[in-house]
Design a protein around this ligand. Structure first.
Ligand code: ZN
Length: 439
């Protein structure tokens, strides 16, 4: 099948493209992208989608999600998470390895990759845990895991506490040319903590997690990356000082990148004032000053990428007292709307920059294919209506989970279609708001 996407605004930051034009998909790859497709190249029987008024972007890549399989299929599966990703405009996701059993060896990486091939509508790039069983003691089989397809090593959810162990993991990462994705948290400072430490946690009578617990590990991991030559990527950065540390390290030429998530440029700890467990996540949402710093870090390029930390939980894990509730929120189906509403329409960053942080930036940090619309590359494409107004309804999620603090929020902008390898995995192009198909 040939699919012609006509007259959309094509934005491809990697190729410096921002133009109204056409895109032709043939046999799963991009056969034409840019100016008006010459009439002589159009064939009878082409499916033509009128994308005027819409954005045609490289398929979005979420470099930080939790798909919960194996071990926690009651929260999410690779299939349901893949459907949620497609619905949110993502064509590829990178699941974290804190499954049960942990994704910490060749067989487990192969399992995740196989389940993804069998069940997920989007691409899934597995990662491997930094330590066996996420136990912070023995290193995982990093070389084996890479051979099996792992694209990164990560300690997400089980942050490496020992500097010595972190150094050894980084040396292996450098040797095998894998990035290390670190969740920065000194657990000795956050034990029992359930939200940001500050005035609001005091008012609410809840134990706080100080910003310093994150910043100390950001500083330490940057220093260890300098020592080892490891490519360091900091997951879900959330504080003003953490961002300043990364900014300063980049200036010195350290190989460090970082990401943030929509909650950290959208919510503050005051969002927890009603003891809403949906707001509870780790790191916790911080203060207005930190939110401003996250926005500034996105604008000046200190923050390279936007991910979701999509963290599905069952209803009973959130419908309980704040202290007992699970950490995390789902994000795949709200991320693009929040980025467009809170960053692009709000004038914090431009549209092309937002797309860069959700496509080519994660692809280049991880060294994975995708993230651009080059001719002859796989047709992974997201078609976006930047102006569609919609209300977040968790009941309509494709995810198995409903834990979002954004229920009822009105957002502006969403994915109207998601195409993976030339296959439409989300969106009804026939009835897309401003598009139409003719045969
Ligand atoms: Zn995570």
């Amino acid at each position: 099948m040939r699919l012609v996407i006509k007259g959309g605004r094509i934005i491809d930051p990697r190729n410096g493209l921002d133009t109204v034009g056409d895109l032709l998909v043939e046999d799963g790859v991009i056969a034409w992208c840019g100016q008006h497709l010459p009439d002589a190249m159009a064939l009878d029987g082409d499916v033509v989608f009128d994308a005027s008024g819409l954005i045609v972007a490289p398929g979005l890549i979420d470099m930080h999600v939790h798909l919960r399989e194996p071990g926690f299929e009651y929260k999410e599966t690779i299939e349901s998470g893949g459907r949620a990703a497609a619905a949110g405009g993502f064509t590829a996701v990178v699941p974290m390895p804190n499954t049960n059993p942990a994704t910490d060896n060749r067989a487990m990486v192969e399992f995740v990759a196989r389940r993804a091939r069998e069940t997920s509508p989007v691409r899934v790039w597995p990662t491997v845990a930094a330590t066996r069983g996420n136990e912070n003691e023995l290193m995982s089989e990093i070389a084996d895991a890479k051979e099996a397809g792992a694209v990164a090593v990560t300690d997400d959810a089980f942050p490496l506490q020992s500097a010595e162990l972190t150094r050894r993991v980084m040396e292996y990462c450098a040797t095998f040319d894998l990035p290390l994705l670190t969740h920065c948290e000194d657990k000795t400072m956050t034990r029992g903590g359930v939200m940001n430490e500050g005035l609001v946690s005091t008012l609410m009578g809840l134990k706080g997690m100080p910003r310093a617990a994150e910043e100390i590990q950001v500083a330490r991991n940057i220093r260890l990356a300098e020592l080892t030559g490891c490519r360091l990527h900091i997951l879900h950065i959330s504080t003003a000082r953490s961002i300043e540390l990364v900014r300063e390290a980049k200036r010195r030429g350290v190989s460090v990148t970082c990401e943030t998530c929509p909650q950290y440029f959208t919510l503050t700890d005051e969002s927890a004032l009603g003891y809403d467990t949906m707001v509870k996540c780790s790191p916790p949402v911080r203060t207005a000053e930190d939110v401003d710093a996250v926005r500034a870090g996105l604008a000046d390029g200190t923050i390279d990428a936007i991910a979701t930390d999509h963290a599905p939980h069952a209803a009973h894990e959130k419908e309980c007292e704040f202290q007992a509730a699970a950490f995390g929120m789902v994000g795949l189906e709200t991320a693009l709307g929040l980025v467009l509403t809170r960053l692009v329409h709000a004038g914090v960053i431009g549209l092309a920059d937002a797309i860069r942080k959700m496509t080519v930036a994660p692809a280049s940090i991880l060294g994975i294919p995708g993230g651009h619309l080059s001719v002859q590359s796989p047709a992974d494409i997201t078609i976006i209506d930047p102006d569609e107004r919609w209300t977040v309804d968790p009941e309509a999620f494709q995810s198995r989970a409903r834990n979002t603090p954004f229920a009822g929020w009105e957002l502006r902008g969403r994915a109207v279609a998601t195409i993976v390898g030339g296959q439409i995995v989300h969106g009804d192009l026939v009835r897309a708001p401003r598009g139409r198909v003719r045969a």
